[in-house]
Design a protein around this ligand. Structure first.
Ligand code: 5AD
Ligand code: SF4
Length: 467
């Protein structure tokens, strides 16, 4: 038992949790706590994790938009008590619906654990069931319930965050363009606001995408990057692989890329496309976030380090030269030194061509923000430094390995120096070369002569277009 509050609780007592409804609370939350101090503690945490979603406490179930019964199994007939309470709540929910409102009913705690989905079968008014210690999943579960009803969750999240946008600065016009094919995310990584701010995964119809791609090609675009928060979860006809094959047939569209992908949605068809579709560039941004299975689990990533490494191996078996890029978070709550070392180890095994790495940042309303073991800033800083040193070294090595090779470069614009153009290699490296302006928009063979940390320099092989 936790020495919390020292309140004397009887089963079925409404626990007076922190009284204040925050000034901007738009929704009311009623929590009824049964049983032990552990449940009192959990109820307080539930109120905490729900506050950023706009929920403030009420003591009247009839007023509540969300009712949580935090149940206890320890006494006889506890379960029956819960069902009888649920019967009363059902009537309140019906009254609310008759008045044009909505009430969400959640059952948490030990009865939820013992009965599971059976609760929803016996009392269909129940919207969700949360096991003990799963309070941190409440934001996700509530968001899913609301989405199922077609509602958007009005959270306290800033409308735009630096993680909520997809590399917007890259190439707004010209010969390479972005093309949105998918939005939203259903993955609910515990650190991330996107599933709340952007809503459920949604895919544009392939016809609309193809029409846009044709229009882009007609105005001189030769490379498209298909965009989506979870682009490889693209659910239109044929999935992402089908879409890529479809777009690859468009006259003039010579290069296709896509970002960002989730390891879980990397299916065989997409991997095969990397081997079979010449227009699909050998570059894959596949975030792993961390190399420790313990941390990956707490992040709700739905993959292990080993699973990710096997995936990379399979992809490389199909497309040996593919450049792998990733996202990393250091200092996730509970990350120990050994966990961080596991991230470094994974990075060493993969060998990244490019990467984005971040210190964990606590986003209110996300489950991880409520986790214990938040890592001190100085530790995060030091880990980020070590990780970035390794990633930079790998990027440098990847670039250096291109020296002496001839690469097809899509020239995009004038370079820094007069007489110079800059373009992209298939591996998304910036390549500088002396070349006339008329070559902008063309794919030209460039012999790489030198490599820097973030770019390559070379000379035109024979001035021939090789696309
Ligand atoms: N803290 C740190 N990094 C984050 N990202 C997303 N949310 C957070 C957060 N709370 C990173 C992830 C993701 C990338 C777009 O931003 O690495 O893949
Ligand atoms: Fe956020 Fe990406 Fe995880 Fe979705 S898959 S929750 S967008 S980090």
């Amino acid at each position: 038992m936790l020495p919390l509050g020292g309140r004397n609780l009887r089963a079925g007592t409404l626990t007076p949790i922190t009284p204040a409804m925050s000034a901007h609370a738009r929704k009311r939350l009623y929590i009824k706590t049964y049983g032990c101090q552990m449940n009192v503690y959990d109820s307080e945490r539930m109120a905490d994790v729900l506050a950023p979603l706009g929920y403030g406490l009420t003591e009247r179930p009839a007023d509540a938009d969300l009712v949580v019964l935090n149940t206890c199994h320890i006494r006889e007939k506890a379960t029956e008590k819960v069902y009888s309470e649920l019967g009363q709540l059902k009537r309140l929910k019906e009254a609310r619906a008759a008045a044009g409102g909505e009430m969400t009913i959640a059952v948490a705690g030990c009865v939820a654990q013992a009965e599971g989905e059976e609760i929803m079968r016996r009392q269909p008014a129940v919207d969700l069931v949360v096991g003990p210690q799963a309070y941190h999943q409440l934001p996700e579960l509530i968001a899913r319930t609301h989405r199922a009803r077609g509602e958007r969750l009005a959270a306290d999240f800033a409308p735009q965050t630096k993680f909520d946008a997809l590399s917007p600065e890259r190439r707004p016009g010209g010969v390479a363009a972005f093309l949105t094919v998918q939005e939203g995310c259903d993955k609910f990584c515990t650190f991330c606001v996107v599933p709340y701010t952007r809503g459920a995964e949604w895919s544009r119809p392939a016809e609309a995408i193809e029409a846009e791609a044709r229009a882009l090609a007609a105005r001189g675009v030769r490379e498209v990057t298909l965009l989506g928060q979870n682009v490889n979860a693209y659910a239109g006809e044929g999935g992402l692989a089908g879409l890529i094959r479809r777009l690859a047939r468009i006259e003039g569209l010579d290069r296709i890329r896509y970002t960002t992908s989730h390891p879980r949605d990397m299916d065989q068809a997409l991997i095969a496309a990397h081997a079979e579709v010449p227009e699909l560039m050998p570059y894959l941004h596949l975030p792993v976030q961390a190399g420790s299975d313990r941390v990956l689990k707490a992040m709700n990533r739905a993959h292990t380090a080993g699973g990710y490494l096997r995936l990379i191996e399979t992809i490389r078996a199909h497309r040996p030269d593919i450049a792998i890029s990733g996202d990393f978070i250091v200092g996730f709550p509970g990350e120990r030194e050994a966990d961080f070392e596991a991230t470094l180890e994974l990075v060493r095994e993969v060998g990244y061509a490019q990467a984005f790495s971040f210190k964990y940042s606590r986003r209110p309303g996300t489950p991880a923000a409520a986790l214990p073991g938040q890592v001190p800033e100085a530790v995060k800083e030091a880990r980020l430094h070590r990780l970035q040193a390794l990633l930079e070294e790998q990027q440098g090595a990847f670039n250096a390995a291109q020296a002496g090779r001839t690469l097809p470069v899509l020239f995009e614009k004038a370079g820094r120096r007069p007489g110079q153009l800059v373009g992209r290699s298939p591996y998304l490296q910036a390549v500088h070369a002396e070349a006339p302006d008329r070559l902008i928009g063309q794919i030209i063979a460039v012999r790489v002569e030198s490599a820097a940390a973030h770019s390559l320099a070379g000379r035109l092989e024979a001035g021939l277009e090789i696309a």
